[in-house]
Design a protein around this ligand. Structure first.
Ligand code: CTP
Length: 399
């Protein structure tokens, strides 16, 4: 969850520099803005064009570039980000940083910045273990510089040992950890997410088009603010976020039981697209086609309404219960009625009609409905909706 975060990414020389491209892609997927800086050694391994195309930002290369200095001076550049990341950092670059050398754009930025710095070193195992590098790393750690990796493994040079660049996913995690907030520390929050699958027979089921993306983003935003998050999810398309207590279920009945087992919580958010009905008695064997071609008839029964049950708890009710109202018409009107019917505190209404393109997409346009009225949010990425919701939850718990 890196929405609204700007990363100044210094790409050093070394064969591992190509992994910086994957890092840029992942950071942007998570909503971060990436401002790339390429050292001259880095430019031997990746081209400025591929870096700037992936970052969707001009790449800064030269300390004495008059055009860039006119637009953004190197001092300003060193301060414009929330975090400076060096990936990969060579032994030479670590030595420069440790001694405070500033003879090119990258090293000057590192000396001038007032922002946290995260280093992802990559070098030959002997260079990493050399007393000079060990000394430099110790000094940099002492100065408060953060490190991710290097990992042990086979190197491009054919040797084996410590010195491999950390994988882009690990670097992203380290970046996320460096931004961890604590607004919701000490709060236990439950999030339901994804679709439910309701069996018809051992091979068939009823489902819906929920990808689980909005629920996963909400859980991630809450983790990022220090909450203890229980993530009860149906079989979703998207992977669950890191740092949650994961409870995987398939059916609505299982989801209801899992929610019951995880209470009490301070806040409960019901983002799952729960099936309203299940087949009364799922067949134990595969339903076969009949000779006469008569299709089978399915007998349905209603599923437990998890949101309504939790909202109407007599004792141990979460302080804040939040539901979603996925509607295809009269969105706000239906959502206002749904909030009252279900008894929850807030409902996030969204238009899931095919023309809105929300279901399965990366954006959402929601209206927050509470007893205070309506708050229409602009169309935002699902990650931004989640950050906004986490902020609102924080404010509500304070009041
Ligand atoms: N919900 C739930 N348990 C159910 C059905 C829905 O917890 N059995 C929750 C959803 O997670 C969501 C909210 O209730 O937060 C509204 O879901 P929605 O499908 O929009 O509402 P329904 O109850 O199905 O109402 P309707 O069919 O009238 O739209």
């Amino acid at each position: 969850m890196l929405v609204d975060k700007t990363i100044l990414l210094v790409i050093g020389g070394g064969i591992a520099a190509f992994k910086a491209l994957e890092l840029i892609r992942r950071l942007r997927e998570l909503g971060a803005k990436v401002i790339p800086v390429l050292t001259s050694a880095g430019a031997e391994f990746v081209t400025p064009l591929s870096v700037s195309a992936l970052a969707a930002s001009p790449v800064h290369t030269d300390l004495f570039d008059l055009t860039n200095e006119a637009e953004m001076g190197h001092i300003e550049l060193s301060r414009c980000a929330d975090l400076v990341v060096v990936c990969p950092a060579t032994a030479d670059f670590l030595a420069k940083m440790a001694t405070g050398l500033a003879n090119d754009l990258a090293s000057t930025l590192l000396l001038a910045t007032d922002k946290p710095v995260l280093i992802a070193p990559a070098m030959n195992v002997r260079m990493w273990n050399h007393p000079a590098t060990v000394r430099n790393v110790e000094m940099l750690r002492h100065d408060g510089i953060l490190f991710v990796g290097p990992n042990r493994g086979e190197m491009a040079c054919g040797e084996f040992g410590e010195g491999r660049l950390a994988e882009p996913a690990e670097i992203v995690s380290a970046i996320e950890v460096s931004f961890l907030g604590d607004k919701l520390a000490g709060k236990r929050v439950l999030v339901t997410s994804g679709p439910t699958f309701e069996p018809i027979d051992p091979v068939r089921y009823l489902a819906n088009r929920s990808s689980g993306a909005q629920g996963a983003e909400i859980a991630r935003a809450l983790v990022m603010q220090g909450a203890e998050v229980v993530f009860v999810t149906g079989p979703a398309e998207v992977a669950p976020p890191a740092g949650v207590k994961l409870v995987s279920v398939e059916t609505a009945v299982q989801m209801a039981a899992a929610v019951r087992d995880e209470l009490p919580v301070d806040v409960a958010i019901f983002a799952a697209a729960v099936a309203d009905w299940r087949v009364k008695k799922a067949a134990t064997g595969k339903i076969k086609k009949t000779q006469g071609g008569t299709p089978p008839s399915l007998d349905f029964t209603e599923n437990p309404d998890i949101l309504a049950t939790t909202s109407k708890m007599k004792s141990g009710r979460p302080k804040l219960v939040i539901g979603f109202a996925a509607e295809t018409e009269n969105v706000e009107e239906n959502a206002i009625a749904k909030r009252l019917r279900k008894g929850c505190d807030w409902i996030l209404a969204n238009d899931v009609s095919p023309k809105a393109g929300i279901m399965g997409g990366t954006e959402n346009a929601v209206t927050l409905i509470s007893h205070e009225g309506l708050e229409r949010w602009p169309r935002l990425s699902k990650a931004e909706v989640a950050v906004r919701l986490a902020d609102q939850i924080h404010k509500a718990l304070l009041s």
